[in-house]
Design a protein around this ligand. Structure first.
Ligand SMILES: [Zn+2]
Ligand SMILES: [Zn+2]
Length: 208
C-alpha cells in the first residue's frame, strides 16, 4: 500500500517563495512559444520575471491571485490573519519595487493575473504580442465576457488595482457568500491608495 503524502497546508504553501512554473505560467509560455515568441525564463533581472524578452526589454509576470492581491479573487485566511496580511502587503510592495527597478533599467513590465490566463488565454497572449509590436497570429474569437465586473475602479479610470490588505475574513470573489469588510487597495497605474468598504451582493463600481 502506498502512502499518499499529506497535502500541504495553506501555511506551508504560503511559506514558499514566489511559486514558479505554475500552471497558468506554463500555459502562457506555451501559447507564446506557439505564436513564435522566443523568451527567457526567470532571467537574472529584478524580480526574476517569469517570461523575459531580452531584445524587446519586456518583462512578463503571471501573478497568482492569492499571492499578489487580485482584486477579484483574493481570499483572506481565517487563521493567523496578521501574518498573511503582512505577507500580502510585503508581496505587493515588492512587486511595485521590482517594477520600478525594471523600468529604471529601461524595461517595460506586463503583469497578468492567473485568473486572466485561465479565463482568456488568447487575450493574455495578445497583450504580450501587442507589446512586442506583433500582430496576433490567430484570428480572434468574439470577445469572451471576462469574469464578473470589478468592484473597484480607481479615480484615474484604471482597474489595474491590487489589494494590499483586507479587514475580516472572506473572499473578494463577487460570487462568494462571505466577503471581507473592507480593503486597502493600490492602483498600479497611478499609485493612489484607498481604504474602501467591500460591497456585498451585486458588483458595483465605487467612485474614486
Ligand atoms: Zn484573480
Ligand atoms: Zn489610478
Amino acid at each position: 500500500m502506498t502512502r499518499r503524502r499529506a497535502p500541504m497546508t495553506r501555511s506551508q504553501q504560503m511559506a514558499r517563495v514566489r511559486q514558479r512554473d505554475t500552471k497558468p505560467e506554463l500555459q502562457l509560455r506555451k501559447a507564446l512559444w506557439a505564436a513564435g515568441c522566443r523568451y527567457r525564463k526567470q532571467a537574472a533581472l529584478p524580480g526574476r520575471p517569469d517570461i523575459a524578452f531580452i531584445g524587446a526589454r519586456l518583462a512578463v509576470f503571471v501573478d497568482g491571485c492569492f499571492w499578489h492581491g487580485c482584486p477579484r479573487h483574493y481570499s483572506s485566511s481565517a487563521t493567523n490573519r496578521p501574518f498573511w496580511i503582512e505577507k500580502l502587503r510585503g508581496n505587493t510592495e515588492r512587486d511595485h519595487r521590482q517594477d520600478a527597478e525594471l523600468r529604471a533599467l529601461g524595461w517595460r513590465v506586463i503583469r497578468v493575473w492567473e485568473c486572466e490566463v485561465k479565463q482568456d488565454l488568447a487575450r493574455a497572449v495578445s497583450w504580450v504580442l501587442e507589446a512586442l509590436g506583433k500582430t496576433p497570429t490567430t484570428v480572434s474569437e468574439p470577445p469572451v465576457p471576462y469574469g464578473p465586473p470589478l468592484w473597484f475602479t480607481c479615480s484615474c479610470g484604471s482597474t489595474d488595482v491590487v489589494v494590499q490588505s483586507v479587514t475580516g475574513p472572506g473572499s473578494l470573489n463577487i460570487r462568494a457568500k462571505r466577503r471581507p469588510e473592507g480593503a486597502t487597495l493600490r492602483c498600479r497605474h497611478c499609485d493612489t491608495r484607498y481604504e474602501r468598504p467591500v460591497h456585498h451582493g451585486a458588483a458595483s463600481t465605487l467612485p474614486g
